[in-house]
Ligand binder design. Structure first.
Ligand code: FES
Ligand code: FES
Length: 163
């Protein structure tokens, strides 16, 4: 049995018919073809599917689509505005944070969720905010450095919460 649900993705309203088991991640990747949120473990362990839900970082594989009617989702595709990279994207890029890049969208969204809550987040908060994101390549250090650089104002900051 499928049920209607509508919510916003990167500022655009979408209407879906979904089962109670349909996850936000599944809709993003299969129905809207926004594949920035990666499907790693599909059970909440890796963080590669992280998106913002009303400004807070969530793991899209754990969010039943039926539970988010009317709410605002931002995916990594929604971070850049008019072709201008978001400050975290710019920092990750300029500071060479990613290696293979598979985990990078998840790290970007987890970091953005943190900065939406606390633009002055300290080292421990940054480490905590990305603690649910796994990376097999980088050792995390450059990601942390890049987020700290954004907090320090080396890249212009902006809030991304509802498109
Ligand atoms: S795919 Fe969602 S946490 Fe791994
Ligand atoms: S950069 Fe390869 S998994 Fe993180």
């Amino acid at each position: 049995m499928k049920y209607p649900v509508s919510f916003y993705i990167n500022g655009v309203q979408y209407d879906f018919y979904v089962t109670p088991a349909t996850s936000l991640l599944s809709l993003l990747r299969k129905d809207t073809h926004m594949t920035g949120a990666k499907e790693g473990c599909n059970q909440g362990d890796c963080g590669s599917c992280t998106v913002l839900l009303d400004g807070m970082a969530v793991k899209a594989c754990l969010v039943p689509a039926l539970t988010i009617a009317g709410r605002h989702v931002i995916t990594v595709e929604g971070l850049a505005v008019n072709g201008k990279l978001n400050p975290l994207q710019q920092a990750f890029y300029e500071m060479g944070a990613p290696q293979c890049g598979y985990c990078t969208p998840g790290f970007l969204m987890a970091a953005q969720g943190l900065l939406n809550k606390n633009p002055k987040a300290g080292h421990e908060e940054i480490v905590e905010a990305i603690s649910g994101n796994l990376c097999r390549c980088t050792g995390y250090y450059k990601y942390i450095q890049a987020i700290e650089a954004v907090v320090a104002g080396k890249f212009a900051k902006e809030e991304v919460d509802d498109g």
